[in-house]
Design a protein around this ligand. Structure first.
Ligand SMILES: *Cc1c(COP(=O)(O)O)cnc(C)c1O
Length: 397
């Protein structure tokens, strides 16, 4: 790993998270430096010509090559087990870059209907303007995915597990369907991260990330990434190079340092979440808990097979509809009332009136967003403190 060669895959995930992708300068600094520079200089006109033409690898301009961004890209590629990664300015920029790279006017997408809201808007409102149509299907039903595919389908796009329903899709099965129909499979791996799920090893062609969430894990900034084969990523790189949704070196540095604790954090998030889901399930004020780590979850076995753990996001339906949910939220003293997730701090959300507030009643019903549903993105505080904060409102219901 001292060399500039591809990071050897025989290293374990925690080792890669700490060390992959680092290239030291002549100063031999131990920690990764930040290159805050827009451009680079050359020793001669000949060298400049070789770097610009791509005949010689090297840095040209930070919209498309920057050493700090490159370190983050190589580290994340190693963790996902992909040949190459291209970093982007946000998770949405990652998804847009995939779309611009692989789709043409007239192509179709088949996507899970429980996707992140802005992804649905991107597909319908913006890609729709260019004649790209998206069909939405139930995430877990492979038969529904296959039935929605037409000869024009070029991309299958899924987020697994879903948020906040904790539905899961069999990624290997979905990859097989995609490839049989000459389509690509992209997985948004934001909620589990490569510490808990590696979609490329299950047959997916592309992984997209909002680094804003657990890759950083500390709520400090916005960023994203796409990971996959050299051939596909060359096209994604072309989009980022030309259209400009590039990641800033400072955020790349922050995410690189975030990755160093990824495996530890995801394990701790999952441990806290599983304990909380188990406790919530037995609470008399709780109607239902959505968490694929619970043995009663309809896809628990599949989740246990394709994931190393079950992640931080727990959906809980309480008694008393909206008033019940709001009173539990308002009774907390410590938990952060916010729509965001992917933080060391536990966040609590009422999806029906915030993150999913713009959906119609019918869309909410399809997505399982009931008035009594609360979403928890369980953080790294002591378990008993999270539990005690929720117990105040729940015990009063
Ligand atoms: C947040 C999120 C995104 C978008 O990422 P940004 O960094 O906010 O642009 C995409 N997918 C999922 C699953 C997310 O949670």
């Amino acid at each position: 790993m001292r060399s500039d060669k591809a990071d050897p895959q025989e290293f374990g995930l925690s080792t890669l998270a700490v060390r992959a992708g680092q290239q030291r300068t002549n100063e031999q600094e131990h920690s990764e430096p930040i290159f805050t520079t827009s451009s680079f200089v050359y020793a001669s006109a000949e060298e400049a010509a070789r770097k610009f033409s791509g005949d010689e690898p090297g840095n040209v301009y930070s919209r498309f090559t920057n050493p700090t961004v490159h370190t983050f890209e190589r580290r994340l590629a190693a963790l996902e087990g992909g040949e190459r990664c291209v970093a982007t300015s946000s998770g949405m920029a990652a998804i847009l870059s995939v779309a611009l790279a692989v789709l043409e006017a007239g192509d179709e997408i088949v996507a899970s209907r429980s996707l992140f809201g802005s992804t649905i808007s991107l597909f319908d409102k913006y890609l729709g303007k260019f004649g790209i149509r998206t069909q939405y299907v139930e995430l877990s039903s492979l038969a529904a995915w296959e039935a929605a595919i037409t000869p024009k389908t070029r991309l299958l796009f899924a987020e697994t597990p879903s948020n906040p329903g904790s539905e899961v899709v069999d990624v290997s099965g979905l990859a097989e369907i995609a490839h049989r129909h000459n389509a690509l499979l992209a997985i948004d791996n934001c909620f589990l991260t490569p510490a808990l799920q590696r979609p490329l090893s299950l047959g997916a062609d592309l992984v997209v990330h909002s680094a804003t969430k657990y890759l950083d894990g500390q709520g400090r900034g916005i960023g994203g990434a796409v990971v996959g084969s050299d051939a596909l990523l060359e096209d994604v790189f072309g989009v980022v190079r030309t259209c400009g949704p590039c990641l800033s070196p400072f955020n790349a540095w922050m995410f690189t340092k975030g990755l160093e604790t990824l495996a530890l954090r995801m394990r701790a998030h999952s441990d806290n979440a599983l304990r909380l889901a188990t406790w919530l399930e037995a609470h008399p004020a709780v109607k239902r808990v959505h968490y694929s780590g619970l043995p009663c979850h309809p896809q628990h076995e599949l989740a246990a097979r394709q994931q190393a753990a079950f992640g931080a996001v727990v959906g809980v339906e309480v008694k008393g509809g909206r008033q019940g949910a709001w009173s539990v939220i308002n009774a907390t003293r410590m938990l952060s009332i916010t729509g965001n997730l992917g933080d060391t701090k536990t966040t609590i959300t009422h999806p029906a009136t915030t993150t999913h507030g713009r959906l119609s009643d019918e869309q909410k019903a399809i997505a399982g967003i009931t008035e009594g549903l609360i979403r928890l993105a369980v953080g790294l505080e002591d378990f008993c403190d999270i539990q005690a904060d929720l117990a105040v409102g729940l015990d009063a219901l």
